[in-house]
Design a protein around this ligand. Sequence first.
Ligand code: ADP
Length: 219
Amino acid sequence: MNILLIGAPGTGKGTMSELLVKNYGLVHIATGDILRQSIKEGTEVGKKAQSYIEKGLLVPDEVIHDIIVERLKKDDVQKGFLMDGYPRNLEQAKDFDKILEEVGTDIDLVVLMELDEAILADRITGRRICKDCGQIYHVVNKPSKVEGQCDNCGGELYTRKDDTLASLKTRLDEYHHATMPIIEFYQNKGLLKHVNAALGKDEVYAAIVKLMEESNDQH
Ligand code: ADP
């Protein structure tokens, strides 16, 4: 099964991805994670992306196109993929259709995670991530046992450079202007389903699983 997760920053796409990947063996493709890794490694892609990411702006479409094409070449995507943070605008969504046609696969389900914007700021500014294993924490909602240290691997926790209020504002503007038009695009294809992302983690997860089962029954 191939799934897209769409939602504003802070709606919990990363957290849901962790659970879906663990329980369903889907391949997690998060363009944000790939870009941050590229920056860390100092690759050409990383150099092109860095200034955009730090400001909260979208990275140019051609950079993203190459990342997706490369990633879909790997054999593991046959297990089904979970796209997290892509496509991010109408051009990417249309381009993705072409890429999928070339690869010979399709999207089964698009999940839109909806959340009140007042909650987003709190989720984003309190987010901490393990620099070694990528586990996500929150200083209030999901603190690590030892402050600043990952429960899983003992790695150091860090705050993403773009998890500031100023950058969040730009990311939300980008979401409204660039990403929201793809909602209608997938709605018209009959693929879009809504999930209330304000619910607890287990309830949001259960809602997504239900949508996956319904989508499976239709295919
Ligand atoms: P969030 O959803 O919390 O903003 P992501 O990790 O998905 O976090 O994205 C972080 C940043 O990476 C974005 O603000 C943007 O600069 C860049 N980015 C990620 N995915 C894309 C994409 N598909 N197109 C353009 N830029 C992207």
